[in-house]
Ligand binder design. Sequence first.
Ligand SMILES: [Zn+2]
Length: 93
Amino acid sequence: MYRKGLITMLQNCPTSVHELALRLGIGQKEVEDDLHHLIKSLRNMPYQAVIEPATCRKCGFVFQSDKLHKPGKCPQCKGSWISEPLISIEEKR
Ligand SMILES: [Zn+2]
């Protein structure tokens, strides 16, 4: 089960796992698990998840969007100045 409030929190409002964990007062791993459940459940709902992938702020490398947490290091330039992936939910068109 996922937290129902997540849909409301994320609707048209891109948020990182880190920020969600802070707002919900739970661990980031828990938030990630919730989000994975939520994304699966969305298949049967009039919503879709939009994931803005993490990017390296040094060289512009774009990470895979199936990863919800912030990567530690850039595989291209080895830099650690990386933006967090942002997750949002919007209505299916
Ligand atoms: Zn890089």
